[in-house]
Design a protein around this ligand. Structure first.
Ligand SMILES: *[C@@H]1O[C@H](CO)[C@@H](O)[C@H](O)[C@H]1NC(C)=O
Ligand SMILES: *[C@@H]1O[C@H](CO)[C@@H](O)[C@H](O)[C@H]1NC(C)=O
Ligand SMILES: *[C@@H]1O[C@H](CO)[C@@H](O)[C@H](O)[C@H]1NC(C)=O
Ligand SMILES: *[C@@H]1O[C@H](CO)[C@@H](O)[C@H](O)[C@H]1NC(C)=O
Ligand SMILES: *[C@@H]1O[C@H](CO)[C@@H](O)[C@H](O)[C@H]1NC(C)=O
Ligand SMILES: *[C@@H]1O[C@H](CO)[C@@H](O)[C@H](O)[C@H]1NC(C)=O
Ligand SMILES: *[C@@H]1O[C@H](CO)[C@@H](O)[C@H](O)[C@H]1NC(C)=O
Ligand SMILES: *[C@@H]1O[C@H](CO)[C@@H](O)[C@H](O)[C@H]1NC(C)=O
Ligand SMILES: *[C@@H]1O[C@H](CO)[C@@H](O)[C@H](O)[C@H]1NC(C)=O
Ligand SMILES: *[C@@H]1O[C@H](CO)[C@@H](O)[C@H](O)[C@H]1NC(C)=O
Ligand SMILES: *[C@@H]1O[C@H](CO)[C@@H](O)[C@H](O)[C@H]1NC(C)=O
Length: 732
């Protein structure tokens, strides 16, 4: 046995052979080898010889092959976890800002299951993602487990079950998971023949109506997951089956992905429940805001993003109760001005009206809401300024006001936003100078975006006091003067190997922060990976002077855009110290001198533009620069010569057809990376797959419609498998 990091995906983990000398531990009761990398090796038979074993956990350990029947000798075993599913976050190595979720499973299978009958003490069995397709006897074998309480057989390719087996008696079972098995069309009666059942997961199968008549007798059932089946049609048909004591304890009911028609209620409907949470994003709910929400006095979390609503926003506030803490009405067609009555929601922590058609000013009182942590009014037609308020903005962590028509100077009262992590005021008409107190006071800032405004004057050197700053976008303003020498001092940008962390705003309600970043010429939305983005963009201003040498100390910088200014002087030789630089745009300046050959050492550089300057001499070649062959990146420099430009340098001989085409391996990797690139939309933390959901909470009654996209996972699996295969090939 050894510790290694043998695949690109693992940190240190156990691999290799398990030595049978382990058997000397005769009295071993607890063996946990979960989350390791045995890379498809078979589970050693001798594990079946630990006579005293009570707990065996081999989940996500990377074992493969046939599960040995010898495990059936473990008559004292209470817990057996063979779950083969494994999800990991992978850095797609070549590009540190792009992370992906990858599912890695080995072919672990079972031929038959009769050996299970030896496990007479077994209470817990998890065989998730183990291939049971040839275990036709699985139900008979499970039936032989007298003590079983918790049975997990998700994604096992289970053979279908005949609808009514008369003698299946699993009356002790309290948790049953048969999800992801394509079972159906009828739910076998035995599944609902056990009134002790507390949790039942049947999602992602092919079940249809009718439900077994005994459904209503499940007085202990708390969680029922029926997502991704075929219970389609009118929701009332579904409701009819839910009679009897099943209603007494049921708390979570998941029905998404069934094609239920989401239900028609008249405008004076009074719902028989009180909701705390209501989420119905991406559903065609509109054009009117649901009037029955008026009856929901306990509503605290309301999310109706992209729900086709086109009310005036003030009519909505006549309906909403005032104890709301989370309000997301983004991506609708809401019109009019934000009414003052919004400020009666004193507990508001999260507010998003982004992507609507709101007009007029942002009400002054909004700045005084003392618990507000996130304010996202991006992409509307809001005008006026950020008023100079007495308030202290003490809790605000995330302020998104980009893409509006806001104007005026930044008021000194914003100094108090000491918790602010994101300040995004891009694409407005703000003017005046960039205040130096941003650097001195907003010490938590990680993302500062003032792109496309009318800011003028010098860039305050104090900005470099922002020790957490990772994204600085001051592009397309009217800034003049020099780039401050202090810009070499951004300490968070000097860290080359950032670890991925989720940046949350909205505290308790937990909202994943997201920003738009110009990256290699296009705007991308970064969300789950923003903690990895390090970027400076000062393009499109009136900056003079030289590129400060200190900038080469920002070892973690991935993208530097100084294009469209009046910078002079040379590119510092030490530019190659910025190891992770992927994109460097210095076009449209007055830079001169030779292009330093050290550029070719930056192995991550794949986007370079030096056009329209006054560089001279031979274009350097070799290494990384040979992979960037577009001649447009050097045009507009009359004194440059050599390939890829057609102009020859003095003394060069004529070569014929000397172009070398890079292909094969490199090209393939590029493809893989593009496929793996996931830029997650801002979203609800627990469910970035949740697209169309309604979640109704009452103390004893919750109803949820969710929808999962599993296809994505499958696609990723294929791609990564190929990548792993390639890796192994290279290794061997
Ligand atoms: C087995 O280990 C995994 C990972 O460590 C853990 O999540 C799981 O709960 C364990 N199983 C049991 C039955 O304790
Ligand atoms: C353990 O199980 C295997 C196969 O099920 C059987 O052949 C063997 O005799 C058993 N060993 C002991 C010590 O009971
Ligand atoms: C089911 O099994 C339990 C014990 O495991 C037993 O008490 C009960 O009588 C059985 N019921 C039927 C209908 O076989
Ligand atoms: C349901 O349980 C009853 C007794 O608890 C038993 O008689 C009947 O056979 C069971 N039905 C099925 C399909 O297992
Ligand atoms: C629900 O109402 C819409 C619009 O009024 C109508 O088109 C649809 O047919 C109704 N559906 C049902 C099931 O009544
Ligand atoms: C909005 O919801 C519709 C379904 O109603 C969906 O097709 C569309 O992709 C969603 N738009 C966004 C931006 O999520
Ligand atoms: C840019 O700033 C200068 C003064 O620094 C001013 O003269 C000029 O009008 C400004 N340009 C624009 C487009 O605002
Ligand atoms: C950069 O930081 C160091 C240490 O904090 C300081 O001594 C130096 O003056 C700073 N440089 C500039 C140009 O501000
Ligand atoms: C740099 O900024 C300019 C102007 O803002 C833009 O046109 C260009 O696409 C940017 N370059 C890169 C590589 O993003
Ligand atoms: C370009 O650089 C050369 C020296 O390399 C210099 O002689 C010339 O004046 C520069 N041209 C401009 C327009 O700055
Ligand atoms: C480099 O910049 C020039 C001028 O802005 C542009 O025409 C060209 O397409 C750019 N090249 C690349 C590869 O982006």
């Amino acid at each position: 046995m050894q510790f290694s990091s043998s695949t690109p995906f693992e940190a240190a983990c156990i691999s290799g052979e398990i030595n049978p000398s382990l058997l000397e531990l005769k009295y071993l009761k607890h063996l946990d080898l979960s989350i390791n990398c045995f890379e498809g090796k078979v589970i050693p038979k001798f594990i079946g010889s630990f006579k005293n074993l009570r707990y065996l956990n081999l989940s996500a350990s990377g074992f493969g092959g046939r599960v040995p029947h010898e495990l059936g000798n473990l008559s004292t075993l209470g817990y057996l976890d063979l779950n083969n599913y494994r999800e990991i976050w992978v850095n797609t190595s070549d590009d540190i800002s792009h992370y992906s979720i990858v599912v890695l499973t080995y072919d672990l299978h079972v031929d038959r299951l009769d050996w299970l009958s030896g496990l007479s003490s077994l209470q817990y069995l998890d065989m998730g993602s183990v291939n049971l397709s040839t275990a036709a006897d699985w139900l008979l074998s499970i039936k032989m487990l007298p003590s079983i309480l918790n049975l997990q057989l998700s994604y096992c390719q289970l053979p279908n079950i005949s609808t009514s087996r008369p003698h299946v008696n699993l009356t002790s079972l309290s948790t049953l998971d048969l999800s992801g098995n394509k079972l159906g069309p009828q739910i076998p009666t035995w599944v609902f023949n056990n009134s002790r059942l507390v949790s039942l997961d049947l999602h992602y199968n092919s079940f249809q109506y009718p439900f077994p008549a005994t459904l209503g007798n499940h007085c202990n059932l708390q969680t029922l997951n029926l997502q991704e089946n075929h219970f389609n049609g009118e929701i009332n048909r579904f409701k009819e089956s839910f009679k009897g004591c099943i209603m007494s304890n049921l708390e979570d009911l998941y029905l998404g992905g069934n094609g239920l028609s989401v239900f028609n209620v008249s405008s004076n409907w009074v719902p028989p429940f009180q909701l705390t949470y209501f989420i119905m994003d991406d559903c065609e709910l509109g054009p009117q805001f649901p009037p029955w929400l008026q009856t929901q006095k306990q509503l605290s979390y309301l999310s109706l993003s992209n729900a086709s609503m086109s009310n005036t926003i003030s009519s909505i506030f006549q309906i909403l109760p005032s104890n709301i803490t989370y309000l997301d009405l983004s991506s609708n067609r809401l019109k009019g001005s934000i009414p003052l009555s919004i400020c009666q929601m004193k507990d508001l922590m999260y507010l998003s009206f982004s992507n609507n058609q709101l007009t007029h000013e942002i009400p002054q009182c909004l700045w005084d809401l003392q618990y507000l942590e996130t304010m996202d009014l991006e992409h509307n037609f809001l005008s006026g300024g950020i008023l100079n308020s007495k308030s202290n903005f003490s809790q605000l962590t995330s302020l998104h006001l980009s893409k509006n028509k806001l104007s005026g100077e930044l008021p000194p009262s914003m100094k108090n936003c000491r918790m602010l992590i994101t300040l995004d005021l891009g694409e407005n008409k703000f003017s005046g100078s960039i205040p130096k107190w941003i650097g001195e006071n907003l010490t938590s800032l990680m993302f500062l975006i003032l792109r496309s405004n009318m800011f003028m004057g010098n860039i305050p050197p104090q900005l470099s006091l922002l020790s957490k700053l990772q994204v600085l976008d001051l592009s397309q303003n009217n800034l003049s003067g020099k780039i401050p020498e202090s810009f070499g001092n951004f300490s968070a940008m000097a860290i080359a190997n950032k670890t991925k962390e989720n940046i949350f705003s909205g505290g308790q309600v937990g909202y994943l922060e997201s920003i738009w970043v110009l990256w290699k010429g296009s705007l991308y939305e970064y969300s789950s990976t923003i903690s990895l983005v390090i970027n400076i963009n000062l393009s499109g201003n009136d900056l003079h002077g030289e590129i400060p040498k200190g900038i080469t100390h920002l070892f973690g910088l991935q993208s530097l855009n100084l294009s469209k200014n009046h910078l002079m002087g040379i590119i510092p030789e030490d530019i190659s110290d910025i190891r992770w630089l992927e994109s460097l745009d210095l076009s449209w300046n007055r830079l001169s001198g030779m292009i330093p050959h050290t550029l070719s050492y930056i192995t991550s550089l794949n986007h370079l533009n030096l056009s329209y300057n006054n560089f001279s001499g031979r274009i350097p070649s070799g290494r990384q620069l040979d992979t960037i062959k577009d001649s447009s990146i050097y045009t507009g420099n009359p004194l440059l010569c050599g390939p890829p430009l057609l102009k020859q340098c003095p003394g060069d001989e004529t070569h014929c057809g000397s172009q070398l085409v890079l292909g094969g391996e490199g090209a393939e990797d590029e493809l893989v990376i593009q496929l793996l690139f996931i830029s997650m939309a801002p979203g609800f933390v627990v469910g970035f797959w949740v697209v169309c959901g309604i979640l109704l909470f009452k103390r004893s009654w919750r109803l949820a419609y969710y929808h999962f996209f599993d296809d994505m996972g499958n696609r990723l699996y294929v791609v990564i498998a190929r990548k792993v295969a390639n890796f192994k090939k290279n290794e061997g």
